[in-house]
Design a protein around this ligand. Structure first.
Ligand SMILES: Cc1cc2nc3c(=O)[nH]c(=O)nc-3n(C[C@H](O)[C@H](O)[C@H](O)COP(=O)(O)O)c2cc1C
Length: 405
């Protein structure tokens, strides 16, 4: 295990010395890279002594021309010779630079050149952490599939209390080992995921839709791809970047989503229907925009195709996972859906009440109802972690169902 450990300029930089040791204790060869600001807090010598390696500090350290040429490619060498990049503390500044692709020192340049998994341990003052700029950068980095650990709540060096403290070195080291050991347990599988809302036109300019953001489905697609699956993502209109390494097909209406699902069903071994498909649509959409008048109007709606039910009939050996977003009687409704739609698992989440769960949130709290009769509660967690739990349970469920046959 070869780890590049980037240290940013925050008070928590001293804790990264302990992290370097914790990583080395777990058998890692650690290459430390310090930013100029980090060197204001801790001397490179500390890290060099702990890791037995020269610490990288500058992008252009050499004075002579030949030495400059050797060091000019060093970040590429470090990028290619390490399995994991850990950045701790990840300062607000580093997060911003990584998010936007700025590369004005060794660590930020290495980040762009590094093809492997990235683990970030942010640490900063609570207000810096909560600032919309930092939160937007965090979202970009998370969306890129990077693992984020912490920050934790507590009393900070600046005297404030709140989120901002760097995760403990032992926890960061454990997360680093987990990331490297993450199984490619979906290799050979084709996972078909649907995500987001659908849009049902009322006329050429208006539509009916719902509050689904697509984040849960995108997290599932990303997690499945990271675990080695071939992933097909069929998404309604969402404001999310296409996940890397995933075949993404964009649709608008329930009918288009149905057609795309069945056109791509053949190779799928696992189908996950995370989309919030509209239940009703206008059958004959007017060609022209409806005119405003003083009169009350009513719109006649017809049911849209029930994609999950049709999949239940045609699934064959595929594992079929549906979602139930309910505002009441969650488990009852989910159980009904599991049986009537012939699903193997229903991911049930209560929507409309919890702030940290459901449609637009970055976290989710769900209950998994399995065809074996058991249920698994997933506590409030980032959607990417929920996605991994769903995939873990899907694989276990398939083994259980095969054994039962
Ligand atoms: C005493 C002191 C403590 C700081 N602590 C933090 C911190 O914990 N987190 C952070 O994001 N920035 C912190 N900063 C600000 C960063 O050092 C500054 O943004 C710097 O440009 C970061 O550079 P780097 O991201 O290249 O390491 C601190 C600054 C000072 C002077």
């Amino acid at each position: 295990m070869r780890v590049a450990l980037g240290v940013g300029g925050g008070i928590a930089a001293y804790k990264s010395a302990e992290l370097a040791r914790a990583l080395a204790e777990r058998g890692a060869q650690v290459q430390v890279i310090m930013t100029a600001a980090a060197r204001e807090f801790v001397r490179p010598l500390t890290f060099a002594a702990l890791t037995g390696r020269k610490v990288v500090t500058d992008l252009f350290p050499a004075s002579s021309e030949s030495e400059a040429l050797a060091s000019a490619v060093e970040h590429i060498g470090v990028a290619q010779s390490n399995d994991l990049l850990v950045v701790a503390p990840a300062t607000a500044d580093l997060m911003a630079k990584f998010a936007h692709g700025l590369a004005d020192d060794f660590l930020t340049t290495l980040y762009l050149a590094f093809p492997g998994p990235v683990l970030l341990a942010p640490a900063m003052n609570t207000n810096m952490w909560r600032h919309p700029a930092t939160q937007a950068n965090l979202e970009l980095l998370r969306g890129r599939g990077h693992a984020i650990i912490g920050p934790e709540e507590g009393e900070l060096a600046c005297g404030m209390t709140g989120p901002g403290r760097m995760a403990e070195p032992a926890a960061i080291a454990a997360a680093a080992v987990n990331l490297l050991n993450r199984k490619r347990d979906l290799e050979g599988e084709t996972v078909l995921v649907t995500a987001g809302p659908t849009r049902e036109p009322l006329d050429p300019v208006r539509f009916i839709s719902n509050r689904s953001s697509g984040k849960m489905g995108y997290a599932l697609a990303e997690a499945a791809a990271a675990r080695g699956a071939n992933v097909i993502l069929i998404a309604g209109p969402v404001h999310l970047p296409d996940p890397p390494g995933v075949k993404t097909i964009k649709v608008q209406t329930a009918q288009e989503m149905r057609d795309a699902v069945f056109a791509n069903l053949e190779p799928a071994t696992i189908v996950i229907k995370a989309a919030a498909v509209a239940d009703y649509h206008v059958a004959n959409v007017p060609q022209q925009k409806l005119k405003k008048t003083a009169a009350r109007i009513s719109i006649e709606l017809d049911p849209t195709p029930d994609i999950l039910a049709e999949l239940g009939q045609k699934k064959g050996d595929r594992l079929l996972i549906g979602f139930a977003a309910e505002t009441e009687n969650l488990r009852q409704e989910a159980r009904r859906k599991l049986l009537t739609k012939n699903c193997d698992m229903i991911v049930a989440n209560l929507v409309g009440q919890e702030e940290n769960a459901g449609f637009e949130s970055d976290t989710n709290e769900v209950v998994l109802l399995l065809a074996t009769g058991s249920t698994v509660s997933v506590p409030p967690s980032p959607k990417r972690e929920v996605a991994d739990r769903i995939l873990d349970e899907a694989l276990k469920l398939r083994l259980a169902l095969h054994a039962a046959r």
